[in-house]
Design a protein. Structure first.
Ligand code: UT7
Length: 321
């Protein structure tokens, strides 16, 4: 396989602004237990989820998160060269959701959706880096989901997991070279399409046990590839933000990889699984908590339906709060 080590690129890569948005309406585990044979205790213990947000459309949520990220980056709409919107719950099957978001933000640039399920936002970062290498200055990478549109909240196999939300980052060249995309690993295994999917006009169907098993495998493989390519050890990663699916998936993988929960950014209890939005939602919270400073090594680790997976390792430069 081709090497994906990018260290030494003179372009640099910085996160000049990050933002996120959660719609106001909350569905608690107790709310769900009224409509299905489950309980707050079971859901917390088996998933780590306490509640999820619902409401809004993907384009509305994406627009709010993107506005927040652009404000933090202090950039106007004319300074964005491309919008990449990762979503698995688009407003329409056709057209994509990104053009509507670009319109709402007043952007005058290319805009397209990335459909790589829960890995989509991390795929977006890698593709943004490619566009920066081609000469663009600044890319808006958004992950946004209105998963309540494709979730049956009376089905205890799936309804306990999913919620709505959005996260966004403005990424740009870092001429100082301090910020870098050090390495990445992207992958897909289409033989697993039918362990997590939604037909046109239908809700998500899932073989939860198999998704769990394959997710742990994908995490181990992808994290190790990205670490090898960046020539970094687990102990040299200051912060790792995994996709927020199930706390037990993270714990199982961490046991084998050697990551500690202290190194890990989590927001699962508050948000549930927000697919492509989950990693930037956590990133925004980590910045709020002052968990990132320039020069830190940060790993983003996405995995999900497809199966797809995507890992990036960055030397952080950009926003710190
Ligand atoms: O982005 C990726 C998205 N997908 C995922 O991350 C899914 C990964 N998988 C999972 O998160 C877990 O498989 C679930 C949370 C979906 C299910 O947890 P589990 O530990 O795999 O439960 P299970 O299916 O093995 O069921 C264990 C027991 C069963 O009862 P018996 O047969 O032992 O009596 C189930 O009927 O728990 C029962 N059960 C529940 N009980 C209360 C299953 N779901 C529920 C529920 N509430 N929601």
């Amino acid at each position: 396989m081709a090497s994906h080590q990018l260290a030494g690129s003179s372009l640099g890569f910085r996160f000049s602004g990050v933002g996120s948005y959660l719609p106001a309406e909350i569905v608690t585990n107790d709310d769900l237990a009224e409509a299905m044979d489950s309980s707050d205790h079971w859901i917390r213990e088996r998933t780590g989820i306490g509640q999820r947000h619902v409401g809004g459309t993907t384009s509305e949520l994406a627009t709010e998160a993107a506005r927040a990220a652009m404000k933090r980056a202090n950039v106007g709409p004319d300074e964005i060269d491309q919008l990449l919107l990762a979503t698995t719950s688009p407003d329409y099957i056709c057209p994509g959701t990104a053009p509507a978001v670009a319109e709402a933000l007043g952007l005058d640039c290319g805009a397209l959706d990335i459909q790589a399920a829960c890995s989509g936002w991390v795929y977006g970062l890698v593709h943004a880096n490619g566009l920066l290498l081609q000469g663009m200055e600044r890319i808006l990478v958004v992950g946004a989901e209105a998963l309540d549109r494709i979730t049956d909240y009376t089905d205890r196999g799936t309804g306990i997991l999913f919620g709505n939300g959005a996260g966004a980052a403005v990424v740009e060249r870092d001429p100082s070279g301090e910020g870098q995309l050090l390495s990445f690993d992207l992958g897909a295994a289409g033989e697993f399409v039918h362990i997590l999917y939604a037909e046109h006009g239908d809700v998500l169907q899932m073989d939860g046990k198999e998704v769990f098993r394959q997710a742990v495998k994908a995490i181990l493989r992808s994290a190790n590839n990205a670490l090898d390519r960046a020539d970094l050890s687990v102990g040299e990663i200051d912060l790792v933000i995994p996709h927020q699916a199930n706390i037990r998936i993270v714990e199982s993988a961490w046991k084998k990889l050697g990551f500690s929960m202290e190194q890990t950014g989590m927001r699962l209890e508050e948000t549930g699984n927000t697919s492509a939005a989950s990693i930037p939602l956590v990133l925004d919270k980590m910045l709020d908590e002052g968990r990132l400073k320039s020069g830190d090594n940060v790993m983003f680790l996405g995995f999900g339906a497809g199966m797809t997976w995507a890992t990036t390792i960055h030397r952080w430069a950009g926003e710190s709060r």
